[in-house]
Design a protein around this ligand. Structure first.
Ligand SMILES: *[C@@H]1O[C@H](CO)[C@@H](O)[C@H](O)[C@H]1NC(C)=O
Ligand SMILES: *[C@@H]1O[C@H](CO)[C@@H](O)[C@H](O)[C@H]1NC(C)=O
Ligand SMILES: *[C@@H]1O[C@H](CO)[C@@H](O)[C@H](O)[C@H]1NC(C)=O
Length: 465
């Protein structure tokens, strides 16, 4: 017998042995040799291994030893073995762990002492979303909805890529769709229920909107496109849209022929099911070649489905950054979508504020930020964000956005409101009679007299060391 066959024989015997063991041991319930009864609970024969998990090497960032309520951002990049320690609180983590999570989310690892209680999750990185891949290298999409941020009931988002010439196929849905072009350029096309038609080209920083049920298509122009879609329904799913391919695939060909007054053979080569994202012939450079007009004409300008936001001036420019607003006062068709594109310079802070009637959906285009949410009942929590992350702040909860990196933070705030507005905590206390504020917060007259009476939007600040 060679070593190979001896090995085989051994494993066969082992298999038989374990089979017998199972069939014999199970009915009687007696302990097996492999699992002596002495392992259950206390027995002086059971030895404990004293591994030293206390004496691990690590270093703290300077502000980690501050009093917990100071709560400065902790930059764990280039720190040896970052630890869940803040002031006098916390302790070391010997592992198991994945340090990359801790570096990306320092406010989860070592929260500011002002965090308290339970606050619903307010963050989802698109990088953790499942990609739906388009056909033949045409693109992809991924989404954030109520499945990954359970409190996000009012809005959901999709990040989508179309290569040059690729389509997001003709479709419609029950929710309203508001979109911001992130990169590249795109042709958008729609026909409404009046038979009015619409076609336009957009590039990075521009916005489109389609009302519920209005069928539309999107095609990547030269160089392709990536865009963000925001829907006014937290349970929206990209897998639940009405598709041109499916309307034709799921109506009997006899019905199609009657409907269009065409022979059955007209439908010989239609796609058997969804296309979703697929490659197409490149869009003609001259957009007028796709200006199809019926008796109802074009969608009137005041109801246009696009807004060339990239060419609009900022609404607020401060030493800390800029705010550019788009809402129904300038883009009437999107009657419930009010949004701001906000740039926060390194070290600066989008001031503490809340929105009176709407939840806020966020997307981070660039930079690194943290948002602190105060949610009533003494509850507060801090979340960290990076490019490609989504955020969600329920209405009335205060929040700030602090740039904690070395690059500009660029992010979008989207509300369900007829105009973009917020309550600034600074302006509120600045316009309240000082006596009331001093009595309430036990502040000195000197402090209260320096409160500003105007919104600051973005306050400049020192860059994190
Ligand atoms: C757009 O894409 C180009 C090519 O990948 C990239 O260099 C650029 O940084 C992107 N722009 C943004 C805003 O991400
Ligand atoms: C207000 O602050 C002073 C110190 O400036 C302190 O002595 C006092 O106890 C505080 N009052 C309350 C009600 O906390
Ligand atoms: C607070 O300061 C303002 C201006 O400095 C002064 O006019 C006012 O009398 C002070 N009030 C109190 C209660 O000290």
């Amino acid at each position: 017998m060679g070593p190979q066959s001896r090995l085989k024989l051994a494993s066969v015997l082992l298999a038989i042995a374990s089979f017998c063991h199972l069939t014999l041991a199970a009915p009687t319930g007696t302990a097996s040799a492999a699992a002596p009864s002495s392992l259950l609970g206390y027995n002086p024969a059971n030895a404990v291994k004293n591994e030293n998990t206390d004496d691990i090497p690590y270093s703290l960032v300077p502000s980690q030893t501050d009093s917990v309520v100071i709560g400065a951002f902790l930059d764990f990049n280039n720190v040896q073995n970052p630890q869940p320690i803040r002031g006098s609180k916390g302790g070391t983590d010997p592992g198991p762990r994945t340090e990359e999570y801790d570096i990306l989310n320092p406010d989860k690892l070592a929260p500011p002492g002002t965090d308290h209680g339970d606050v619903s999750n307010a963050q989802w990185p698109m990088g953790l979303s499942h990609m739906k891949l388009g056909l033949n290298g045409a693109g992809w999409s991924r989404q954030q909805n109520i499945d990954n941020i359970p409190v996000a009931t009012e809005m959901a988002g999709v990040d989508m890529r179309l290569e040059e010439g690729a389509y997001r196929e003709l479709h419609w849905h029950k929710a309203s769709e508001w979109s911001y072009v992130l990169n590249g350029s795109v042709r958008v096309e729609a026909v409404n229920e009046e038979g009015q038609t619409f076609v336009d080209d957009l590039s990075a920083g521009d916005v489109w909107f389609f009302p519920p049920g209005v069928p539309h298509s999107l095609q990547g122009l030269k160089g392709g496109v990536e865009f963000l879609l925001v829907f006014d329904d937290g349970s929206f799913s990209e897998d639940n849209t009405f598709l041109a391919s499916e309307v034709f695939a799921h109506n009997p060909k006899e019905i199609l022929s009657k409907n269009f007054d065409l022979p059955l053979s007209a439908w010989d080569n239609i796609p058997p099911g969804e296309l979703f994202i697929f490659p197409g012939t490149k869009a003609p450079t001259d957009i007028s070649a796709q200006n199809i007009v019926g008796s109802a004409g074009l969608v009137p300008t005041e109801s246009s489905y696009t807004y060339h936001l990239s060419a609009k001036a900022n609404d607020h420019e401060t030493a800390g950054g800029t705010v550019k607003v788009i809402d129904p006062t300038i883009f009437p068709i999107a009657s419930k979508f009010s949004a701001a594109v906000v740039t926060v310079k390194p070290g600066a802070l989008r001031e503490i504020h809340w929105h009176t009637t709407s939840d806020e959906w966020n997307f981070f285009i660039g930079g690194s930020a943290r948002i602190g949410v105060y949610a009533a009942q003494g509850n507060a929590r801090t979340f960290d964000y990076h490019a490609g992350d989504t955020g969600y702040i329920p209405k009335a909860m205060t929040h700030y956005v602090e740039n904690v990196g070395k690059d500009d933070v660029i992010f979008i705030e989207v509300l369900q409101a007829d105009h973009f507005s917020d309550v600034s905590v600074g302006q509120w206390v600045g316009l309240t009679p000082p006596q009331i504020v001093m009595d309430t917060l036990n502040l000195t007259n000197t402090t209260v007299s320096q409160f500003k009476k105007e919104k600051q939007y973005i306050v400049p600040g020192a860059v994190v060391a």
